[in-house]
Ligand binder design. Sequence first.
Ligand code: SF4
Length: 63
Amino acid sequence: MKLLLDSTRCQGYGLCREPAPELIDLDEWGYAQVLVSHVPAEGAGVAEEAVAACPNSALRLVK
Ligand code: SF4
């Protein structure tokens, strides 16, 4: 699966990083940066939590 970020939608809330710090980091302004775009199967659960945590629907998980 791929974890995709639409940076035009990211408002820097930082909520996505809490459930998935191994997949997402925040830049110095608090905007998300995807660290691992190809998510291994064992990381799917936290990736889905990160997607659900974003209030702006800036993250997507695609197969
Ligand atoms: S929760 Fe959404 S808007 Fe906030 S930093 Fe993460 S991707 Fe960006």
